[in-house]
Every structure is written in C-alpha cells, then in structure tokens.
Design a protein around this ligand. Structure first.
Ligand SMILES: Nc1ncnc2c1ncn2[C@@H]1O[C@H](COP(=O)(O)OP(=O)(O)OP(=O)(O)O)[C@@H](O)[C@H]1O
Ligand SMILES: [Mg+2]
Length: 292
C-alpha cells in the first residue's frame, strides 16, 4: 500500500500575486508503507518543497497529494496528517526546546494531552529506539550534534507517526554523528515499521535505501533501486550529482574495457570485485592499456 502519494503535483510559491515561478512540475511519486526511500537532487531542485507537501505544510497548486490515505487539501485531515507524518529538519538546535532531554521528547505529547504514565512510557521507548536512553536527564545543549539530532527524532517518534520525513538530517553533523543518526533511522524502519523518506546530499546514505528518487529542476528524473539508479553515472553527473565512489570506479574500469559488474555500491562490494579482478576473474587486466 502506498502511504505517501503525489499525483501530478505542481507548485508555485506566492501564486496569488501571479509572479511566482513553478518549482514543482507534474511530480508523481508514491512511497510504499514500511519502505526506506532516499531523495537526491541538486540544490534548489524542489526536494524540501516536495517534502513539505506530505503533511500539508504546503498545499498543491495543481494535482493532488495523499498521505496515510487522506488528501492534504482537505482542512479536516490536517491534524491527523501532522500526527502521522513526522518531519525532522537539518538543524537540531532549532528543534530542541526544553532544557532536559526527556522533557524535550515529552513536549509534543504534553501538548496533545497524553496522560502522564503513557507519556513516560513513550518517552522511554522513543529514547531507547535512538539509543539515547542513558541521556534522558542530560541537558540537550551539552550533547554532540548527532546526539541532539537523535533527541529531535525521539521527540517525533514519541508521537508514534507512521511516516518520518527527514530533510537533510545529517548535513550539520560530523561523520560519527551521521553514522549514529543513520543507524537509528534504519532501526526504526526495520524494527518499528516506520516508513522513512530521507532527503540527503550523501550518496553513501542513499545507497542504504530501498529506493532512490533523483529530482532535477522540479521533476522526478530517476526512481528505482540504488543499484539501478547509480548505473546512470553520466546522467547523474549531468545534473551535478556525485555518484558513490565505488560505482564511479567500476564505471571507469568499464570504460577501459575491464568487464567488472556495474551494480557495485558499497566499499565492501568494491573490495570484493577488486580482489576478484586481481585474481584474473575479469580477464587479464595487466594487458589492458589504461588511459591514465
Ligand atoms: N519560501 C519560498 N519562497 C519562494 N521561493 C522559494 C521558497 N522556498 C524555496 N523556494 C524556491 O523553490 C525552489 C525549490 O526550493 P527547495 O528548497 O524545495 O529546493 P531543495 O531541493 O530543497 O534545495 P536544497 O538542496 O538547497 O535544500 C528553489 O528555486 C527555491 O529558491
Ligand atoms: Mg532543501
């Protein structure tokens, strides 16, 4: 079942004055419940604009958007949409409000009037999922970026949403923090069955998704598994996107007529292919004339 769906969505900021330029053009996209989908695309291509349509922060100018089976254009659906489609943004400092971690995670629940015992239970569960339970009494401003972002994520999942949309959640983090956040996202996708839509500029994060959507200039350019998407190296480079280093190395070897597979994405797979190459599995590479 698709839990998020955009049908022929078009969008213009400040349509009312008639001067706005359309920034989403006829975008159709559907996200299966329980999946982990990454969205890639050059700056300004419309990723954040698209994401903000899925819980009704922005409303379509043309076409329709559905989340958890409900149209975002109907006002009465908005509270339920906001509760079920959680959003996490780039800067954790803008998302943390309270002075103690557990109070921050409880903040939205308090506003929803969740009873105290139930709230305690949900806060503990949410902090446990992101591996931050040991920090529940800590002051958020003393945490690392990765820890803060995980507290922000816990604050959203405490509301028990069915979908989590994250707009470049690791952009401001160091490599350790990025790893911690990605680990938490995969855990809550696999163990809790929460659908994850991750906007990212990092290829190694996109490689870990079930599906990769590449946007360009307000349109969907590619929409497939990571293995399929990252074979389109020329096309991706033409829209100013990097490809995973392993995929690029395979592409360059192919260019030199070494018949390595193209569907190599992770460092580990790359090491295995290079070991096979050295053992002669892909022919005698030493006779190859490389254009260096
Ligand atoms: N509030 C706004 N008012 C007017 N135009 C906007 C607004 N927000 C974004 N835009 C424009 O809409 C287009 C799409 O922007 P959007 O932020 O969705 O892109 P993005 O893919 O998320 O970019 P980035 O990678 O930089 O985050 C851009 O041309 C941008 O300048
Ligand atoms: Mg953006």
């Amino acid at each position: 079942m698709s839990i998020l769906e955009a049908k022929n969505l078009s969008f213009t900021y400040s349509e009312e004055d008639g001067k706005g330029e359309e920034v989403l053009h006829d975008v159709s996209l559907s996200v299966e419940e329980g999946s982990f989908v990454a969205i890639l695309g050059h700056n300004g291509c419309g990723k954040s604009t698209l994401a903000k349509h899925f819980n009704g922060i922005l409303l379509p100018c043309g076409g329709e958007v559905y989340a958890i089976g409900m149209s975002t254009s109907e006002e009465k659906n908005i509270p339920k949409l906001r509760k079920n489609v959680g959003m996490v943004f780039q800067n954790p400092d803008n998302q943390i409000i309270a002075t103690v971690v557990e109070e921050d995670v409880a903040f939205a629940l308090e506003n929803l009037g969740v009873p105290h015992d139930e709230m305690e239970k949900r806060v503990s569960e949410a902090l446990d999922i992101v591996d931050m339970l040991a920090f529940r009494k800590h002051a958020p401003h003393l945490l690392s970026g990765g820890q803060k972002q995980r507290v922000a994520i816990a604050g959203i999942i405490a509301m028990r949403p069915r979908v989590l949309i994250l707009d470049e959640p690791t952009a401001m983090l160091d490599p350790k923090g990025r790893k911690e956040v990605m680990h938490a996202l995969h855990r809550l996708n696999r163990q809790e069955g929460i659908t994850v839509l991750l906007i990212t500029h990092y290829m190694d994060e996109a490689v870990q998704a079930d599906r990769v959507v590449v946007m360009n200039e307000g349109k969907v350019l590619l929409d497939d598994t990571p293995a399929e998407v990252f074979q389109n190296i020329g096309l991706l480079q033409s829209v100013a996107l990097d490809v995973p280093q392993s995929a690029e190395l395979m592409y360059q070897l192919r260019h030199e007529d070494v018949k390595v597979p193209l569907s190599v994405l992770t460092d580990q797979e790359c090491v295995e292919v290079l070991a096979d190459l050295l053992e002669g599995k892909y022919g005698d590479y030493r006779n190859q004339k490389f254009n260096t």
